[in-house]
Design a protein around this ligand. Structure first.
Ligand SMILES: NC(=O)c1ccc[n+]([C@@H]2O[C@H](COP(=O)([O-])OP(=O)(O)OC[C@H]3O[C@@H](n4cnc5c(N)ncnc54)[C@H](OP(=O)(O)O)[C@@H]3O)[C@@H](O)[C@H]2O)c1
Length: 275
């Protein structure tokens, strides 16, 4: 049973939709652990959330999610503090316009949007004190255009295509959601969502466009899935504009979801063993 003021970790809550999600959740009484990679931006975000709700929030966490070791260390840091979130919102994301490899030799969009969140989620779930009841993966409508190549999940072999890699990373969020929901059935609700098209840094500098939706709209579906009792037991679904919506049909291919999960695990294990 989730408490009335649940502890919620939101990745990428120093800016954009993640920050607005933190603000809305704090206003609803949640204890929000903010996360970012740059101390000054996270501190400013924390101040704005606390000023809005008139309460202190838990100490924020810092981690550059381009590194899988950093994603794993983030989970370890929370355990060290005895801080076990009930809700995890995997929100941080990038749209890389040129080819860059992460320290683990993974293309950076795939590394941050998919692999780091896989590592963080699995590390939190493996902790003896784990209290997770809901996991929310912020995907995108772009996942419908994504293509998963199991021979190249790191995104290094294909010709660099910024939109193609972003769409693949967001399809990866949905496949991860479906497979994890199956594995955690009856214990943790796992869902994915499209937040809307919102004029954030990712949209304006990545896609080079403005969006029609407000940042408040962008946060609304995550807030609903995090707090609404009606969704406590809904799992393995995809949402947009606060409603269940159809996901890319490839996500209904159980064999693909299982193979995708296994291949992600294999790449992660190899990368972490090489540290
Ligand atoms: N905006 C849209 O229209 C739209 C549409 C569909 C889906 N989405 C999804 O919504 C989510 C939030 O995006 P947004 O639009 O709010 O973008 P944003 O304003 O650019 O925010 C992205 C967040 O992720 C953090 N982040 C980026 N790289 C990181 C790294 N290496 N390590 C740790 N944190 C990192 C950013 O931190 P910094 O502040 O340090 O950069 C920021 O807090 C993403 O998953 C995105 O794919 C957005």
């Amino acid at each position: 049973m989730q408490s009335s003021s649940p502890l919620i970790l939101i990745t990428g809550s120093s800016d954009g939709i993640g920050l607005e999600t933190a603000r809305q959740l704090a206003r609803h009484g949640a204890e929000v652990i903010l996360h970012g990679r740059r101390p000054e931006r996270v501190a400013a975000a924390q101040q704005s959330v606390e000023a809005l709700c008139g309460r202190s929030m838990p100490e924020p966490v810092l981690a550059d999610l381009s590194s899988l070791a950093a994603a794993s260390a983030l989970a370890a840091e929370l355990a060290r503090r005895g801080s076990y979130p009930e809700v995890l919102i995997n929100n941080a994301g990038v749209f890389m316009k040129k080819l860059e490899l992460s320290p683990d030799e993974i293309e950076l969009t795939m590394a941050i949007n998919h692999f780091a969140h896989f590592v963080l989620t699995m590390a939190l779930l493996a902790q003896p004190g784990c209290r997770l009841r809901r996991i929310i993966n912020v995907s995108s409508i772009a996942h419908n255009r994504g293509r998963i190549d199991l021979d190249d999940l790191r995104g290094r072999k294909r010709r660099f295509d910024s939109y193609g890699l972003y769409a693949a990373s967001k399809l990866a969020n949905v496949l991860f959601t479906v497979e994890l929901a199956e594995r955690l059935r009856d214990t943790v609700a796992v869902n994915a969502l499209h937040p809307g098209v919102v004029s954030t840094k990712l949209l304006t500098t990545g896609f080079g466009m403005e969006g029609p939706d407000s940042v408040a709209d962008g946060a609304a579906t995550s807030v609903m899935l995090a707090l609404d009792p009606e969704y406590a037991a809904v799992t393995g679904q995809y949402f947009a504009a606060r409603r269940q919506a159809p996901m890319n049909p490839v996500a209904h291919d159980r064999a693909l979801c299982q193979a995708f999960f296994a291949e992600t695990e294999r790449i992660v294990a190899a990368a972490l063993a090489a540290q």
